[in-house]
Ligand binder design. Structure first.
Ligand code: GDD
Ligand code: MN
Length: 353
C-alpha cells in the first residue's frame, strides 16, 4: 500500500480538486491519503466531508503545533503503507506523476524525486525572486552537504520513498525542508529523478516566509555540524580562516614589538599560523583514532601546505601573467585550488581514518 502525506495550512480552496485528481491518477491502486492539517480556517471541515465520502482520505488536525516538517513526520508515523509519498496541497505538484513515481519504486528505486532541474523539467510556477532565492539555497546546501550534491532538486516537497529509507532516522528538522533531512540521514542506495514542471499555485498564496528562509540556514548548518563527513570540510575551512587571524596577530607582534624585519616576521608568523592550524585540525577536524607520531603528521601537514603555497602561486602565475586574468581574481582562484589540494591530501595522507 502507498500512503500519501499532504501537509495543509489553510488550503480549503485547493483540496476538492486535489482529491479528484489524486483519485483519477491512482485509480486501481491501493492507497491512503493523510492530510496533516494545521489550519486556522475551516479546512478541517472540508477534510471531514471528504473523509466521509472517501474513507481512504483521512486527516490529522493539530491545534498546538505548527510547522511543515513536523507535520510530515507525524504523517509518516500515522501512515500504514510501505511506500510513502509527500506532496503539497496546492497542485503545484501534479498528482498524475504519482503513478510514474510508483512504477520507479516498484522497479527498485529507494527514493524517487521529481525534479524541476533535469531535462524536461521546469519551474515556471515560481516568481523570479523565489527562483533566485531557491537557487542560492540549493547552492548552500550542495556546498555543505555531500549527499545533497547527488541530486538536482533537494529543496522540493514532492517525493516518494520506501519506508526503510527513513527507518531509525533521528529527526531534527527546523522549518520546512524535510527532504534535506532524508537525503542526509536516510538509508538509501538508488535515487531516481523524474522531470516535472512545477505548476502555478491553484488557489491562495504561498506560506513561505523570510522566517522560514532563516530557519533553513539554521537547518543546513545543523546538518553540516552533525554529519562527520561534511563537518570536516567545514571545520577545515573555518580553521583555515582562523589561521589568517593568527598570522596577522603574530606578524604584528614580531614586526612592531620585537622589531623583526618584515620578511622574517612574515616567515615566523606563517609558521605559527601553520602550527596552530595543524593543532586545531588534529584536535577537531580529524579527532578519530590516529596512527603514528604527531610529529610525523605535523611534518606531512607542513609539506602539503608548502606544496599548497606553490600551487597557489602557480595558479596565480598562469592565470594572471600568462592569461591576463585580473590579479586579485587569479589569486583568489589560486587560494581555492590550494585549499582543495590541502584538504584532499590531508584527508588521505596526514589523517587516514
Ligand atoms: N501542516 C502544515 N503546517 N502544512 C503547512 C505549513 C504548516 O505550518 N506551512 C505550509 N504548509 C503546507 C501548505 O499548505 C502546502 O500544502 C505545502 O505545505 C507547501 O506550502 P506552500 O505555501 O505551497 O509553499 P511553496 O509553494 O512556497 O513552497 C513549496 O515549493 C518549494 C519549491 O520551491 C514547498 O514544497 C517548498 O518546500 C519547496 O521548496
Ligand atoms: Mn506551493
Amino acid at each position: 500500500m502507498i500512503s500519501i502525506i499532504i501537509p495543509t495550512y489553510n488550503e480549503k480552496a485547493n483540496i476538492p480538486l486535489l482529491v479528484n485528481r489524486i483519485r483519477g491518477a491512482l485509480n486501481g491502486e491501493t492507497y491512503e491519503v493523510i492530510f496533516v492539517d494545521d489550519s486556522t480556517d475551516d479546512t478541517p471541515r472540508v477534510l471531514e466531508k471528504i473523509h466521509k465520502q472517501y474513507p481512504e482520505f483521512r486527516f490529522i488536525h493539530r491545534n498546538e503545533e505548527k510547522g511543515l516538517a513536523t507535520a510530515v513526520i507525524l504523517g509518516f508515523e500515522a501512515a500504514r503503507g510501505d511506500i510513502l509519498a509527500v506532496m503539497d496541497a496546492d497542485l503545484q505538484h501534479p498528482p498524475e506523476l504519482l503513478t510514474e513515481m510508483l512504477t520507479l519504486i516498484q522497479r527498485g528505486a529507494d527514493l524517487v524525486l521529481p525534479s524541476r532541474f533535469v531535462n524536461g523539467g521546469g519551474d515556471k510556477g515560481l516568481r523570479i525572486h523565489r527562483k533566485l532565492i531557491s537557487k542560492g539555497a540549493r547552492l548552500i546546501a550542495q556546498l555543505g552537504l555531500r549527499r545533497v550534491r547527488k541530486v538536482t532538486d533537494p529543496m522540493s516537497g514532492f517525493f516518494m520513498l520506501r519506508r526503510h529509507v527513513i527507518r531509525g532516522i533521528e529527526w531534527n528538522p527546523i522549518g520546512w525542508k524535510i527532504l534535506l533531512e532524508i537525503l542526509v540521514k536516510g538509508n538509501y542506495m538508488e535515487v531516481v529523478e523524474v522531470p516535472y514542471e512545477f505548476q502555478e499555485r491553484y488557489a491562495d498564496e504561498s506560506k513561505m516566509s523570510v522566517q522560514q528562509q532563516l530557519h533553513y540556514l539554521r537547518h543546513v548548518y545543523r546538518l553540516i555540524v552533525n554529519s562527520p563527513e561534511d563537518r570536516r570540510l567545514f571545520l577545515f575551512l573555518l580553521i583555515g580562516m582562523s589561521g589568517v587571524l593568527v598570522n596577522l596577530i603574530a606578524f604584528e607582534t614580531f614586526y612592531s614589538i620585537a622589531k623583526f624585519s618584515a620578511l622574517w616576521s612574515g616567515f615566523c608568523s606563517a609558521l605559527i599560523a601553520m602550527t596552530s592550524n595543524f593543532i586545531l585540525n588534529d584536535t577537531f577536524t580529524w579527532p578519530g583514532d590516529k596512527q603514528g607520531l604527531a610529529l610525523i603528521r605535523y611534518l606531512k601537514y607542513v609539506l602539503i601546505s608548502t606544496v599548497g603555497i606553490g600551487i597557489n602561486l602557480l595558479t596565480l602565475y598562469l592565470l594572471h601573467s600568462r592569461l591576463g586574468v585580473n590579479a586579485l581574481a587569479s589569486n583568489l582562484l589560486g587560494i581555492l585550488v590550494a585549499t582543495g589540494w590541502n584538504f584532499g591530501m590531508n584527508s588521505i595522507w596526514t589523517w587516514r581514518e
